[in-house]
Design a protein around this ligand. Structure first.
Ligand code: ADP
Ligand code: MG
Length: 416
């Protein structure tokens, strides 16, 4: 399509690359290749761990996992990735909380979590990975990796989870545990659910409180719209600590307000809930959060969930073009009330709007990563050029970008 955008692998190419890496590394054929997508969240940020709503779509950009079950050496896990340096060996018996470190935590963590969940020992395998999902861009390369590996392990160990959405939800849960417990990243469940449950042409409305989901038709092309994703490439700093702090703050606020999760509150409940917050909260790491900050964090979560409902209502009526102000409001709330934006994300949002985007916001956890802009299809190049010029003027590195169309969930690849 256009030059200068991060393209997804062509059909078949990703599977062929993973299979070729597998053969070159292990000198044998894989049992199969499975793939799963990255995701981008339209709206509903920092709501997934608050029992709230979010609205991700799966990206056309996927991670490919070639996998083989080994009969000998049933404790050995062998891993290689085109995106990483040398092949690794991991003893399954040692996998557990915060071990191993580095990228192998994700695939071995999935095997560990699946073993715990099913009682089948998911050990003795070889894995080769290749991917076109950008790393650390807030587009969930980590979930794409976990879910591609999870689908492969599910099949070669005969667990039978991937056949329907109920089983896939269990598989997603194992991938979440791998990320939370083994990799030690305290993320919510949106990424893995999107990667395993999204449908082409649809966004996935997740209600993380009720544990329900709905596929929302999202025909951007019919409205002449495109979703531009700009990866700021801003170095994440303090990401994990800040994420954990926000999460702990929300839990403390919920306890004070007397709800299980903040997602139980509606905008009308805000005055009474804010009044219930008296006195500072001390987080487990010793950080003190004052009352005014607690109220802003609360306001973000509750208004953000309301914005998800509003965007879904517009999408259902084919009026997504009117969602721009909701995306802008989401950005302002994340920047001012939740304080998870950064200068690069703010600049994408403001420069995109200046160049005629209908709305723009940071997406993902924040402190770097990506922002999205809802733009008329024929304005994509102009908006991106404008954002890049603004980055150059500000002395920031040139941002990467891609155009997101709602793609399908993870699956087994037809192999060449
Ligand atoms: P994001 O999920 O937003 O891309 P994360 O920090 O959650 O960012 O996950 C990125 C990490 O996931 C990488 O640093 C790496 O450890 C692992 N990872 C993701 N994709 C791959 C891949 N194709 N090969 C090896 N490791 C990967
Ligand atoms: Mg991630």
């Amino acid at each position: 399509m256009r030059g200068d955008l991060i393209e997804a692998f062509a059909p078949g190419a990703g599977a062929a690359r993973a299979a070729a890496l597998f053969r070159a590394t292990y000198g044998i054929e894989p049992d199969g290749v499975w793939s799963s997508p990255g995701r981008v969240n339209l709206v509903g940020e920092h709501t997934d761990y608050n029992g709230g709503l979010c609205l991700p779509i799966a990206l056309p950009h996927r991670t490919y996992a070639a996998l083989r079950r080994t009969e000998q050496d049933t404790d050995g896990l062998e891993l290689v990735s085109a995106q990483e340096q040398a092949p690794s060996r991991v003893a399954f018996a040692r996998v557990g909380p915060l071990w191993p470190t580095g990228w192998t935590a994700y695939p071995t963590g999935v095997a560990w979590a699946l073993t715990n969940a099913t009682g089948t020992t998911v050990a003795g395998w070889q894995l080769a990975v290749d991917s076109c999902v950008p790393y650390g861009a807030g587009l969930s390369s980590s979930a794409a990796l976990e879910c591609a590996v999870g689908l492969g392990l599910d099949e070669v160990f005969g667990l039978g989870l991937s056949a329907d959405d109920e089983g896939r939800a269990l598989l997603a849960q194992a991938c979440i545990e791998a990320e939370n417990v083994v990799a030690g990243a305290a993320t919510g469940g949106m990424d893995q659910s999107a990667s395993l449950l999204c449908r082409p042409g649809h966004a996935l409305l997740l209600d993380t409180g009720a544990g329900t989901r709905r596929h929302v038709p999202l025909d951007m092309a019919a409205e002449g719209l495109a979703l531009l994703v700009v990866d700021t490439r801003a170095p994440h700093q303090l990401v994990d600590g800040q994420y954990a702090a926000r999460r702990a703050t929300c839990e403390a606020i919920a306890a004070r307000v007397g709800v299980r999760v903040l997602g139980e509150l509606a905008p009308d409940d805000l005055p009474a809930a804010a009044a219930a917050l008296v006195g500072p909260v001390t987080l487990p790491d010793g950080t003190v959060v004052d009352v005014e900050t607690q109220r802003r964090r609360l306001r973000h979560v509750v208004t953000e969930i309301a914005r998800v409902r509003a965007v879904v209502a517009l999408a259902a009526q084919g009026r997504l073009a009117e969602a721009g102000p909701l995306l802008d409001a989401s950005h302002a709330s994340l920047r001012d009330d939740y304080e998870v934006s950064c200068p690069e994300l703010d600049l994408v949002a403001s420069a995109a709007r200046e160049a005629g985007a209908l709305g723009a916001r940071m997406t993902g956890g924040g402190f770097g990563g990506s922002a999205i802009a809802l733009v008329e299809q024929d304005r994509v190049d102009d908006v991106l050029a404008h954002v890049r010029a603004a980055f150059a003027r500000a002395g920031f590195a040139r941002p990467d970008a891609l155009v997101a169309t709602p793609a399908g969930a993870g699956n087994k690849e037809e192999q060449a």
